[in-house]
Structure formats: structure tokens, C-alpha cells
Design a protein. Structure first.
Length: 91
């Protein structure tokens, strides 16, 4: 009689390898500052708060958008500067 768990270890190794390969190598969260992350968390909390006014939500949205754009612009500038210093392409 054949052991039904014979190939289980191989299956487990293959599935773990697939799981590791499927995780993203970099995250977008490294592009934004801690203050922006906190601002995004406050905005989420306001959205989930039923007693929050619409004006509060609009102000939080505008604030998050502005700060996020600044962070992404700073990240872009940093990458351009690193590429120029290293004499390499941005691609």
C-alpha cells in the first residue's frame, strides 16, 4: 500500500517557493514619510467615524493629497539625483 503523504513535503516546498516569489520586492510605503502615513490613518479613521462631518472628511482628503504629492515628488527628485550621481539611466 502506498503512503498518501509521500509527496507532501515536495508539495509544501514548492508552494512555499511560489509564495515567496509572489510577494512584491518593494513597497510603495517606502516612498512616503511617517507624517503622511499618520495623515492617511487619520483620514481612514474619519471615514469610518459616523459622527465625523463631511467638511472634516474633505479637509482630511485635501491634506492627504497635498502631503502625498509632496512626498512622491521628493521621492522622484531623490531617484533622479541618485541616477545623475551614479551616471546611470532612470529606467
Amino acid at each position: 500500500m502506498e503512503d498518501p503523504t509521500e509527496g507532501y513535503d515536495l508539495l509544501l516546498q514548492k508552494s512555499q517557493a511560489c509564495a515567496e516569489l509572489s510577494t512584491p520586492q518593494t513597497t510603495n510605503l517606502e516612498r512616503i514619510s511617517i507624517a503622511t502615513k499618520e495623515s492617511l490613518e487619520r483620514r481612514i479613521a474619519l471615514r469610518l467615524d459616523p459622527s465625523a462631518s463631511h467638511i472634516e472628511q474633505l479637509v482630511a482628503n485635501a491634506s492627504c493629497s497635498r502631503v502625498l504629492q509632496e512626498d512622491l515628488q521628493n521621492h522622484k527628485q531623490k531617484k533622479i539625483l541618485e541616477a545623475a550621481e551614479g551616471r546611470r539611466s532612470l529606467k
